[in-house]
Design a binder for this molecule. Structure first.
Ligand SMILES: NC(=O)C1=CN([C@@H]2O[C@H](COP(=O)(O)OP(=O)(O)OC[C@H]3O[C@@H](n4cnc5c(N)ncnc54)[C@H](OP(=O)(O)O)[C@@H]3O)[C@@H](O)[C@H]2O)C=CC1
Ligand SMILES: CC(=O)C(=O)O
Ligand SMILES: [Mg+2]
Length: 596
């Protein structure tokens, strides 16, 4: 072939390559600008510059108009799952608009993107999946054993639709083995890491490009899923414990190889593994378990405010409380541990005295040292030895035996706090403290309405999923239930941790987060009898929680962020430092890593 023809061919193919490259670049610009950015809010000059003329309608809109339109469509839907899907789609087309709506209307949207609807979404995830994600607009990182040989590359492959500047600092990881109170949902559990991270962004101003939702799909023992033709996960049973811990270790190591400063939040792992993983990693890397520690912290806050209320109004001494836990899994034991620290730290109880405050119940009844079965490791510490040979199975018998001031449900057993139990709590206490905390609402031990009716409206109440307000028939007074959900803690805890960069998260940091939340109520909220602050204030509450965490990292000499250490000499400086670093969805506003 002649050199001239060779030259022309090469020239043509290099021009073609160049054109293809330009085309690709242009497509990428279009993809990021049209789908991830401002959409119709982009002005004409920018459209011109990016070669987007003709690809958008003529109107140029504000974020407020975009929000009003999207809300109108959203509110026209009457099915929560439909709203969930609509919001998920909006997130892939306009991230800022999605978060603008979630933040401004959090009381309305939390039940859509989080509990209870996220529970339904996880149950249905395989069916609704085609409407939520596609390569290029991934909803999360799906890891299986098949990825192990090239794990770091697989981790790098994950880019949400808002690709530019993706640099995750917080990962929420689940293996789908205990999704809310709904059991083993395998790969369908991905909805939980996604929902939790959305609350990080909305509640604590974490930049969305700094979040990484992960499902570690090791199979499922859920026969219904294994036989479901639409199931999107791995169709095999879960591995042995030995293999499980090996795989998790490999995954955590790879995550830290790719993203060395990543904070890892363990979420919704079956209790046996939840404790094992926390024990193994909590002092080794930046991580925490939300179900054990986050729940422990958030429920301690509500309990502190309930204890303060009955001390003030009914003269119940904090040292006189007796607490029955219905449920003895990761959440219950995590909460008991946290409340125990409170009695020891704030009320000078000895460890033995503080431990004696708790009676823990599992599916076999009251946990005692003499029950005759082999107790799981996490139950042993709280097993009672003062039951004088008696064994108690039914909750009402346990309530009669203990005469508790506080009853906490973390058992995923719908209706376990029946009328008889609630009436007995009311006869034992001026104001019984009853927290049915299981999620979603379908799994709660009782509803707010049931608790109010059975206790002549005397109950001090918090549930894991928000229940509707209740109107007292005789007076017309409207009462609002508390929502004891770890969403008040993990966003602020995570924000504090990524800003201060301690090597690990200490127990005292969790404790200080809890105290900060308890103390964050306004006088108006306390006067209304609330246990938790209004969700409307969640960003300022999360900033307060984050500041308490940062402060504690400094107290313990564990902070490694030189920038924070340099800027933060007082608590108010810490709060300013935290607040200034919270991401906001408004177009053109500064973010931690640039512009979205
Ligand atoms: N509000 C919040 O923020 C949070 C709420 N949760 C909720 O807490 C619940 C429990 O979570 P987790 O602890 O991880 O789950 P687990 O499944 O590990 O624990 C459930 C516990 O309930 C016990 N249980 C089951 N049935 C009964 C029964 N009939 N009577 C008495 N006890 C019973 C189980 O007993 P056994 O040990 O014998 O099997 C087990 O100890 C879930 O619904 C979850 O959604 C969790 C985290 C945060
Ligand atoms: C709220 C939460 O983390 C749970 O129910 O598991
Ligand atoms: Mg959870």
């Amino acid at each position: 072939m002649s050199p001239i023809i060779d030259y022309v061919r090469n020239k043509l193919s290099s021009t073609k390559l160049q054109e293809e490259g330009e085309q690709q670049q242009r497509q990428q610009v279009i993809a990021t600008d049209l789908t991830s950015r401002s959409g119709t809010a982009m002005d004409h000059a920018k459209r011109q510059k990016l070669g987007l003329n003709g690809l958008l309608p003529a109107g140029v809109e504000t974020l407020e108009i975009q929000k009003a339109r999207a809300l109108r469509v959203l509110r026209s839907k009457h099915n929560l799952l439909e709203k969930y899907i609509l919001m998920a789609q909006l997130r892939t087309t306009n991230v800022r608009l999605f978060y603008k709506i979630v933040i401004d209307e959090l009381e309305e949207l939390a039940p859509v993107i989080y509990t209870p609807t996220v529970g339904t979404a996880c149950l249905e995830y395989s069916t609704i999946y085609p409407f939520l994600a596609a390569p290029g607009v991934s909803d999360g990182l799906y890891l299986t054993k098949a990825e192990l040989p090239d794990l770091c590359q697989t981790i790098r492959n994950y880019r949400p639709s808002d690709t530019e500047g993706f640099d995750p600092e917080i990962a929420v990881i689940s293996d789908g083995s205990r999704i809310l109170g709904l059991g083993d949902l395998g790969s369908n559990g991905i909805g939980i890491p996604i929902g939790k991270l959305q609350l990080y962004v909305a509640g604590a101003g974490i930049d969305p490009r700094r979040t990484l939702p992960i499902i570690l799909d090791l199979g499922t023992n859920n026969e219904k899923l294994l036989n479901d033709e639409f199931y999107i996960g791995l169709r095999q049973k879960r591995p042995s414990d030995e293999e499980f811990y090996q795989v998790v270790d490999t995954v955590l190591t790879a995550l830290h190889t790719v993203y060395p400063k990543l904070l890892i939040q363990f979420e919704d792992w079956s209790s046996e593994h939840a404790f094992g993983l926390l024990e193994k990693y909590q002092n080794q890397m930046l991580c925490f378990n939300d179900d054990i520690q986050g729940t422990g912290a958030v429920i301690l806050s509500g309990v502190i405010n309930a204890i303060r209320k009955v001390e003030k109004e009914d003269r119940v001494s904090p040292r006189d409380h007796r607490i029955v836990f219905y449920g003895a899994g990761s959440a219950a034991i995590g909460v008991a541990r946290q409340i125990q620290s409170y009695f020891q730290i704030e009320h000078n109880m000895t460890e033995a005295e503080a431990r004696n405050v708790f009676w823990i119940v599992d599916s076999k009844g009251l946990i005692t040292t003499t029950r005759g079965d082999k107790l799981a490791q996490h139950k042993v510490y709280y097993a009672r030895d003062d039951n004088q040979g008696q064994q108690f199975k039914e909750l009402i018998d346990i309530v009669n035996h203990v005469k508790p001031t506080i009853l906490i449900g973390l058992s995923s057993t719908t209706g376990a706090f029946n009328t008889q139990v609630l009436e007995r709590m009311a006869s034992l206490n001026e104001q019984p403290i009853v927290f049915p905390l299981s999620n979603p609402a379908t799994q709660a031990e009782c509803t707010f309405e049931q608790a109010m009716e059975a206790t002549a409206s005397k109950v001090i109440f918090a549930s894991g999923t928000a229940f509707p307000a209740y109107t007292i028939k005789s007076t017309g007074e409207v009462k609002y239930p508390g929502q004891g959900n770890n969403m008040y803690i993990f966003p602020g805890l995570g924000l504090g941790a990524v800003l201060a960069k301690p090597k690990h998260i200490s127990d005292r940091m969790i404790y200080e987060a809890s105290k900060a939340l308890a103390d964050s109520l306004t006088k108006e909220e306390i006067d209304k009898g609330w246990l938790y602050p209004s969700l409307k204030r969640i960003r300022s509450v999360s900033a307060t929680v984050a500041a308490a965490v940062c402060q504690e990292t400094l107290n313990e000499n564990l902070a490694t962020s030189q920038e924070m250490i340099m800027h933060c000499k007082s608590h108010s400086e810490i709060l300013d430092y935290v607040t200034a670093r919270m991401w906001s969805p408004n177009y053109g506003s500064a973010t931690q890593v640039g512009k979205l």
